[in-house]
Design a binder for this molecule. Structure first.
Ligand SMILES: [Zn+2]
Length: 273
């Protein structure tokens, strides 16, 4: 009785949020066209992505840095890409943070580092995105906007930063997110460790890789860059790291490559018709 009441209350609250944050048809079509790796509007996944994107817009707070005005186009572009990895897991995977700070271009941040003698050195770093445990997700709009064009290079700043959010949900940024029951920590660790070591050797040898060489900097970055590749350049990831591809497919519960191939088929069929 009590759980039925709770379910009904949740449903009413969700319906109210969906009505409040309904995405206009033209804006949604424009977003899917700009970012061709997102599911098509007329598929079940496309409908679910639109629902999650509305709920994301309702639950998260967007702030423009240095006077930048975050338009509806910008918020929907970010929310839709952020919701792609959690299409099957649901938005509760992102419960640990609320704020998204959008910079116009690269963000400049001050860093401090202490040397062996305890002397603190200050330096400046420029970033396209950053995720802090429990804190806001920071994104460069210039990088978000170019995600459609850069997909073939396995580059996607939104998916990269939200992979960090998933990784940090268990409290430790170590390249291993909270796992579903059918994946054991041992399987995750051994698959990723092996791929990471091979990847570092390839990067050190100066070999060209589909996966962003930045992933060689640590295991948590390797999880973030392979997640980017999984969603925007899955064929390349499958060829380069088949075991990681298979594990990510089970983790995200999505066959993203099959989805992209079928939407490419239906696009060429429409073009020929
Ligand atoms: Zn990163």
């Amino acid at each position: 009785m009590w759980t039925q009441w709770l379910d009904r209350w949740r449903q009413r609250r969700e319906n109210a949020a969906l009505a409040r944050r309904a995405i206009p048809e033209a804006l949604w079509r424009r977003t899917l066209k700009r970012f061709a790796f997102l599911p098509r509007a007329d598929t079940l996944e496309g409908v679910e992505l639109r629902r999650l994107t509305s709920l994301f817009l309702d639950r998260k707070e967007f702030t423009g840095a240095h006077g930048l005005v975050v338009t509806d186009d910008m918020a929907v572009a970010i929310a839709a890409q952020a919701c792609l990895p959690v299409l099957r897991m649901g938005l509760s995977a992102y419960d640990d943070f609320v704020g998204i700070v959008v910079h116009r271009g690269l963000a400049r941040v001050r860093r401090e580092i202490a040397d062996d003698d305890g002397v603190v050195h200050e330096y400046e770093e420029t970033l396209s995105g950053e995720t802090v445990q429990g804190g806001p997700v920071m994104l460069s709009w210039r990088d978000v906007r170019s995600a459609g064009a850069k997909a073939s290079q396995a580059y996607n700043v939104v998916i990269h930063e939200f992979a960090h959010v998933l990784d940090m949900a268990d409290g430790v940024p170590d390249g291993m997110p909270r796992l579903p029951l059918d994946i054991s920590p041992t399987e995750w660790r051994s698959t990723f460790d092996e791929a990471y070591l091979a990847f570092c050797r390839a990067v050190d040898a100066g070999e060209a890789t589909v996966v962003d060489p930045y992933g060689a900097s640590s295991e948590d970055e390797f999880f973030a860059v392979t997640s980017e590749a999984f969603f925007v350049a899955p064929e390349g990831l499958l060829a380069e790291h088949p075991a990681v591809y298979g594990l990510l497919q089970r983790y995200f519960k999505q066959d993203h490559l099959a989805r992209l191939l079928s939407s490419a088929d239906s696009r060429s069929a429409t073009a020929q018709a």
